[in-house]
Design a binder for this molecule. Structure first.
Ligand code: CUA
Length: 338
């Protein structure tokens, strides 16, 4: 006799519920295609609702006939002839299996084609941003502005922005779900995507193509701000790194300039020979580190430098070998890089 059974049943039910809740709410703080923040995303979500409604209706009709036929088969006497379809059956196959699907598929195809055409229509742009996907972060450059940054893209509100998309290693895909379609970043070739952000917002973007262990932790933010604020931001980003103002920061700069950090990172005005990792010249002007996934706080920055692999297994940055005092000074300096 299995007296444990009700308990086990309970546990399983609870597990199912937990999974359901996680699936239903797990992404609630993330970007959602259902909350469009721009005309392109609105177009996509409109098409999505049409498709969902049509598919839902088809599903309901199919289910209706399925249940109906099961009920009829059960009620039927054993010697009833279930083989011959009859006129009703033939008509059902003609309409439900041929004409209906043809009409629905043609309709959906037409709507998709119209939307695709609208999304790829040529639009004059005012800002050029080159984004390069790397394992697992985003290199961001404004070629006309001599600005280089990472993981956080500022754009002027209401203007058409041309994103030139490249990859430094493997396939990635650039996607701001609330703004528009995704577009692949392909090694050795260049793709383009034009997006617009009608309101001042901070939208999250994600990598939408599996690119290795930390694919899920390859994110970025797009900060849409009014022209003057955007230009002020550009102006600040163009400047070399700010001078340290405290002893600790001064020591931190010394640590940076004499450590292996400079083998990969640039801080304009201190060491600018390397570009393997993100440019750190204005690190503190960004809200996140580690490919847009960890808020920039003293604690996080410190543990990130101490052992990146701990937070993001597989990250290319090696663990730090410096002592606590040097590490604290380096963090103090990096946090001053507004
Ligand atoms: Cu980059 Cu997925």
């Amino acid at each position: 006799m299995d007296h444990n059974h009700p308990h086990r049943h309970h546990r399983r039910l609870r597990r199912v519920l937990i999974v359901a809740v996680v699936v239903a709410t797990g992404c609630s703080d993330g970007p959602s295609v259902l909350e469009p923040a721009g005309p392109d995303a609105e177009r996509i979500v409109r098409l999505w609702w049409v498709m969902l409604t049509v598919a839902g209706l088809v599903f309901a009709v199919v289910l209706w006939f399925l249940v109906g036929s099961i009920v009829r088969a059960r009620r039927a006497a054993p010697d009833d002839d279930m083989e011959s379809p009859g006129t009703t059956g033939r008509r059902l196959v003609l309409w439900g299996g041929l004409i209906g699907p043809a009409v629905i598929l043609t309709g959906v195809f037409t709507l998709s084609t119209l939307d695709l055409r609208a999304l790829s229509a040529h639009r004059p742009t005012t800002v050029d941003v080159t984004v390069t996907g790397e394992q697992w972060w985003w290199r961001v450059a404004y070629p006309d502005e001599e600005v280089v940054t990472a993981n956080e893209i500022h754009v002027p509100t209401g203007e058409q922005i041309r994103f030139t998309l490249e990859s430094a290693d493997v396939l990635h895909s650039f996607w701001v779900p609330e703004a528009g379609p995704k577009r692949d970043m392909i090694p050795g070739s260049t793709n383009e995507l034009v997006l617009t952000f009608p309101k001042p917002t901070r939208n999250r973007g994600v990598c939408a193509e599996f690119c290795g262990l930390q694919h899920a932790r390859m994110q970025f933010h797009i900060v849409s701000q009014e022209r003057p604020a955007y230009e002020a931001w550009l102006e600040r980003q163009r400047r070399p790194a700010p001078e340290p103002t405290t002893d600790s920061q001064r020591r931190g700069r010394e640590v940076f300039a004499t450590s292996k950090c400079i083998g990969c990172h640039t801080i304009e005005g201190v060491a600018d020979a390397a570009s393997i990792g993100p440019d750190l010249t204005h690190l503190a002007s960004r809200e996140t580190i580690a490919g847009g996934v960890i808020p920039l706080t003293t604690e996080n920055l410190r543990s990130w430098i101490e052992d990146p692999d701990d937070l993001k297994p597989g990250a290319l940055m090696p663990p730090s070998t410096m002592d606590d005092e040097d590490l604290d000074a380096l963090v103090a300096y990096l946090e001053s890089l507004q």
